[in-house]
Ligand binder design. Structure first.
Ligand SMILES: CC(=O)[C@@H](O)[C@H](O)COP(=O)(O)O
Ligand SMILES: NCC(=O)COP(=O)(O)O
Length: 257
């Protein structure tokens, strides 16, 4: 597996749509949000078309398909409806995620192990449309093995438990789980992404983890944009990620000397 030259940033713009849907207006516009994020250095745009359409709408997906300068990471539940939409849109990436109608946000990873045949069939259908499939899973080796059995080339490790940890000890434990899972998945040849609940005060420790390809960040970043504007919010996030990676590189160099 080729080591990525830098950690990529996927900007999740669901929360721009959340604000729009709160009033049923035409603004704020997801196309403009994506363009500004890209101009500020986003490597990709993530959108989650939830089954209940609480934020991103079908129209957003088609407009973004025609306007993105980078690439779309289309997050979706493992349903026939979503697979059909993905086959029409043909985004660069599809990330299969679990979904519950009543949840506030995605509460955990997809249980690939318990639904192997179902997830594999969806993965096969999407891959046949030349879409790179990623599975949004908890940092757990059994789930990683199941993702491999599905033929998914990529995973996204759910960082929500790390982000929600209350004590420093809990957070350190969750960080260790993610670190171990990332190393294991990378050794197995997977592309390893991570995300959920990341913000300006917890991203650096995640960005220091070796072998990660991309972080997908939405809520924390869009919340910051309310105060500093979307472009600065993206730049600040990129800067934190780059500094974290540079620190790790300096430590590695010092060990070699
Ligand atoms: C799958 C995932 O982690 C993101 O898409 C996140 O879920 C977006 O925010 P909502 O959970 O509010 O849809
Ligand atoms: N897959 C995670 C994602 O896209 C962003 O999640 P969040 O930062 O909005 O929690």
């Amino acid at each position: 597996m080729i080591e990525p030259s830098r950690l990529l940033l996927g900007v999740n713009i669901d929360h721009v749509a959340t604000l729009r849907q709160a009033r049923g207006t035409r603004y704020p516009d997801t196309v403009l949000a994506a363009a500004l994020a890209e101009e500020a250095g986003a490597d990709g745009i993530t959108v989650h078309l939830r089954e209940d359409r609480r934020h991103i709408q079908d129209r957003d997906i088609y407009l973004l398909r025609d306007t993105l300068q980078t690439r779309m990471n289309f997050e979706m539940a493992v349903t026939n409806e979503m697979i059909s939409i993905a086959q029409k849109v043909r985004p660069a990436h599809c990330c299969l995620v679990p979904e519950k109608r009543e949840e506030l946000t995605t509460e955990g990873g997809l249980d690939v192990l318990s639904h192997l045949d179902h997830v594999k069939a969806a993965t096969d259908r999407l891959r046949a449309s030349e879409i790179e499939v990623s599975l949004f899973i908890d940092p757990d080796n059994a789930q990683i093995d199941a993702a491999i059995a599905c033929g998914a080339p990529a995973i996204e490790l759910h960082t929500g438990a790390y982000a929600d940890a209350v004590t420093a000890a809990e957070q350190a434990q969750e960080l260790q789980r993610i670190r171990h899972a990332a190393a294991y998945a990378y050794e197995q040849g997977l592309i390893v992404n991570a995300g959920h609940g990341l913000h300006y005060h917890n991203v650096e420790q995640i960005a220091e983890i070796p072998h990660l390809n991309e972080l997908n960040i939405g809520h924390g970043l869009i919340a910051r944009a309310v105060f500093v504007g979307l472009k600065d919010a993206v730049r600040e996030m990129r800067q934190l990620m780059m500094e974290a990676q540079a620190r790790v590189q300096t430590q590695r160099d010092a060990l070699v000397r």
